[in-house]
Write a protein that binds this ligand. Structure first.
Ligand code: NAD
Length: 419
């Protein structure tokens, strides 16, 4: 176990963002020193028997950043580039995100360095069960509640729930969120993050006086977040002109057929071979002229190198950490309205919180109740962040971070820590 300050570009970005907000808040230096580091970091070996009989040892992580407001909460990522630094950054952002949304939850994140697209169902299940067993003593419904992230889905959550439940001797649905409805999942969780991104875009458009009907959008990443955001934007009358995933991008300035794209992605588990639009690269997608750009894939896609070439009016960060600090100042000069990740994609953790509450109470809500409560919470949070940004003359990212960090710091001081 290591609690040293995490390394890597994503981690540096998260810590620099924190330092900026802490300085603006004039944060107690003792509290600030503590919040720059996670509470606990785990690196685990995940031996997995592959279909050819070999045992491959994958590396897994779980980083618990801060639980002063409540149990740790955060997704599990399966991606070849998962590292301790990346997971630590994502865990820190989860702390601010939960706090900003007013949830009684702390921040964590986990992951396994693997390519899920290259694993068979059996291999994926074995890896998931072993990873769960390795972190089992450090998670729990009142301790740390995992959820899906990039490369994981409701099936993976079901295996985690089953492994944990076998160990406890009874069903424990409240150990994970984002699981199938049949085993205690909530209605509305699958679409919650993408839907939430669009709820914040609606408020941003109102603020800027933009009529969404006829606006154009480009979306990077066509997984859980990107595909739902695309579908929801199209339903509002936005013309989606470009989408992409790990296999590349597709552009049609007259508008892509969203229903057909969703069918391709559903059938092929990617956009590979998509017959619509002109083929472009992921880098080109970011520079497409559009009103709304939604990065919904990896971190640090918008950098000092390409930010000046972005041509959008609203940047709605579906992904976590898609924009570097250098890019932020260029976007400010270009007057791009940024809806920062901890606000734009908070719909996922808000509905995860609803799922956890329903599981703890064994009392389930309708999909409408979930969606109405989600929209209400996100809309209020959006306007609180906007007010904060206007009051302190800071951009939306700094305002959101200041609000998230302030609540955590106050809780630490109330609880008598570091006073
Ligand atoms: P996902 O695995 O469902 O989809 C990821 C998508 O990104 C896929 O379409 C994949 O092909 C694409 N992709 C992968 N590498 C890429 C690359 N190099 N360039 C372009 N596209 C690439 O993941 P997701 O759950 O949709 O998560 C996407 C982002 O949203 C991540 O940053 C994640 O942390 C964030 N997020 C997810 C949730 C959630 O509830 N799932 C909640 C909050 C934030």
């Amino acid at each position: 176990m290591s609690v040293a300050e995490p390394q890597g570009a994503a981690s540096e970005l998260a810590i620099k963002q924190f330092d900026l907000a802490a300085a603006k808040l004039d944060l107690d230096p003792n509290v600030a020193r503590r919040l720059r580091r996670p509470d606990r970091s785990m690196i685990v070996s995940v031996p997995t028997r592959m279909d050819d009989g070999r045992v491959h040892v994958f590396t897994g992580y779980r980083v618990q950043h801060n639980d002063v407001l409540g149990p740790f909460k955060g997704g599990i990522r399966y991606h070849p580039e998962v590292s301790l630094g990346e997971v630590s950054a994502l865990a820190m952002w989860m702390t601010w995100k939960c706090s900003l949304a007013g949830l009684p939850l702390g921040g964590a994140k986990g992951g396994v360095a693997c390519d899920p697209a290259e694993l068979s169902r059996n291999e994926l299940q074995s890896l998931t069960r072993r990873y769960t067993a390795e972190i089992l003593n450090f998670i729990g419904p009142e301790v740390d509640v995992p959820a899906p992230d990039m490369g994981t889905n409701e099936q993976v959550m079901a295996w985690i729930m089953d492994t944990y439940s076998q160990h406890k001797g009874h069903a424990v649905p409240e150990i994970v969120t984002g699981k199938p409805v049949a085993i205690g999942g909530t209605l509305g969780r699958r679409d919650a993050t993408g839907r939430g991104v669009v709820y914040t875009v609606i408020e941003a458009a109102k603020h800027l006086g933009l009529d969404l009907i006829g606006c154009t959008a480009a979306v990077q990443g066509f997984g859980n977040v990107g595909s739902v955001a695309t579908k929801e934007l199209a339903q509002l009358g936005v013309k989606v002109i470009a989408v992409s995933d790990r296999t590349g991008g597709y552009l049609d300035t007259t508008g892509l057929p969203v229903d057909k794209l969703l069918e391709v992605a559903d059938k092929n588990h990617s956009l590979e071979g998509c017959p619509y639009g002109e083929k472009i690269t992921n880098a080109e997608l970011l520079e497409v002229k559009c009103d709304i750009l939604v990065p919904a894939a990896l971190e640090m896609q918008i950098t000092e190198e390409n930010a000046a070439r972005l041509q959008c009016r609203i940047l709605a960060e579906g992904a976590n950490g898609p924009t570097t600090l250098g890019a932020d100042s260029i976007l400010r000069e270009k007057n791009v309205f940024v809806i920062p990740d901890i606000l734009a994609n908070a719909g996922g953790v808000i509905v995860s919180y609803f799922e956890w509450v329903q599981d703890l109470q064994n009392f389930f809500w309708t999909e409408d109740e979930v969606n109405v409560k989600l929209r209400d919470m996100l809309t209020k949070t959006f306007h609180h962040v906007l007010e904060m940004s206007q009051k302190h003359h800071v951009d939306m990212r700094l305002a959101a971070l200041m609000m998230g960090i302030d609540r955590v710091a106050k809780a630490m001081l109330w609880r008598g820590l570091y006073a």
